[in-house]
Design a protein around this ligand. Sequence first.
Ligand SMILES: NC(=O)c1ccc[n+]([C@@H]2O[C@H](COP(=O)([O-])OP(=O)(O)OC[C@H]3O[C@@H](n4cnc5c(N)ncnc54)[C@H](OP(=O)(O)O)[C@@H]3O)[C@@H](O)[C@H]2O)c1
Length: 264
Amino acid sequence: MNIDLTGKTALVTGSTSGIGLAAAEGLARAGADVVLNGRDEQRTANAVKNLTEKTGSTKVRGIAADVGTAEGAAKLIEALPDVDVLVNNAGIFEAVPVFDIPDEEWQRYFDVNVLSGIRLARHYTPRMVGRGWGRVIFVSSESAVQTPTEMVHYGMTKTAQLAVSRGMAQEVAGTGVTVNSVLPGPTLTPGVQDFIAGLYDEDVPFEEAERRFMAEGRPTSLLKRLIRPVEIANLITYVASEFSSATTGGALRVDGGVATAIIP
Ligand SMILES: NC(=O)c1ccc[n+]([C@@H]2O[C@H](COP(=O)([O-])OP(=O)(O)OC[C@H]3O[C@@H](n4cnc5c(N)ncnc54)[C@H](OP(=O)(O)O)[C@@H]3O)[C@@H](O)[C@H]2O)c1
């Protein structure tokens, strides 16, 4: 299967690091014109430079904008009126006991993790329909189907993304545009690496910390290790491609089997 996205423009939100950056790399290697995004001008410019050097692609650019705000979404849309592939990846997470989460935090999680993707999809998807082809991908989480007790607000947003993407897929039925959610499991991004390293003594090598974290903290994982960002990116790149044409309205797991239900 040779995935060729030459001539397609792909926007990946939240792509200065982690899963978003890996997805952008996968799309760039498949030939797409890739637009990176983060909140900070300098971090976004650095990511563009690094990805350009790494892939040899001359078609990587960046737009710094906070997609958690209406102003940020408008800035992004003004700079980039059309895309063929939209990856709504930007997301935040933090452990907070559920009864300690104030109104503003519930709202902020909804704005950054859910409304960001809604705003962009609301603009870009009808235009994809007009051209008869497009891919909208919401990066959700296994937390969508197994609410994490330590971050219920995060779980709420990840479940909401499934409903939004399913509903949008229904709206564009039969148009050549597909809308799906991808559900990663625990993945070795820089933030997760720091989090796990912080759980154990300094002299514990990271490989041992990873093994212990998976055994103690994620015992249902069938993979028994953290997923690498490229492994998530591989599914995103496939879903973005021509080859996924019969997959829409779906919630697609790439979670190492950590969610115990057979279907999400
Ligand atoms: N890592 C995991 O184990 C895991 C598991 C399941 C699902 N996920 C999901 O995967 C997605 C990416 O997670 P990750 O672990 O790769 O995160 P990460 O390493 O923390 O990266 C988050 C990215 O989002 C950007 N970002 C954050 N808020 C933004 C905003 N308001 N506007 C624009 N960009 C913003 C950050 O860029 P700047 O800091 O430069 O702004 C960064 O590039 C999230 O939706 C997350 O829920 C992650």
